[in-house]
Design a protein. Structure first.
Length: 70
């Protein structure tokens, strides 16, 4: 099990995956918005999305859990 974490604080602009989706290493899973910039967050591992922890519009802090991959 791997938890994808935010690199920085910001607002969740878009969630690109849903529970049950199969993802590949390097695939973007969430896009954050910070200081009017869109920052894609990619998974470092492939697998199945077990849980999407955040929702679009959520404000998150740096190192916040975003997506759980199994």
């Amino acid at each position: 099990m791997t938890i994808i974490k935010a690199d920085m604080a910001g607002t969740v602009w878009k969630v690109l995956v849903q529970e049950g989706d199969i993802v590949e290493a390097g695939q973007d899973v969430v896009i954050l918005e910070s200081m009017k910039m869109e920052i894609p967050i990619a998974t470092e591992v492939g697998g199945t999305v077990k849980r999407v922890i955040v929702a679009e519009g959520d404000f998150i802090n740096s190192e916040a859990d975003l997506v759980e991959i199994e």
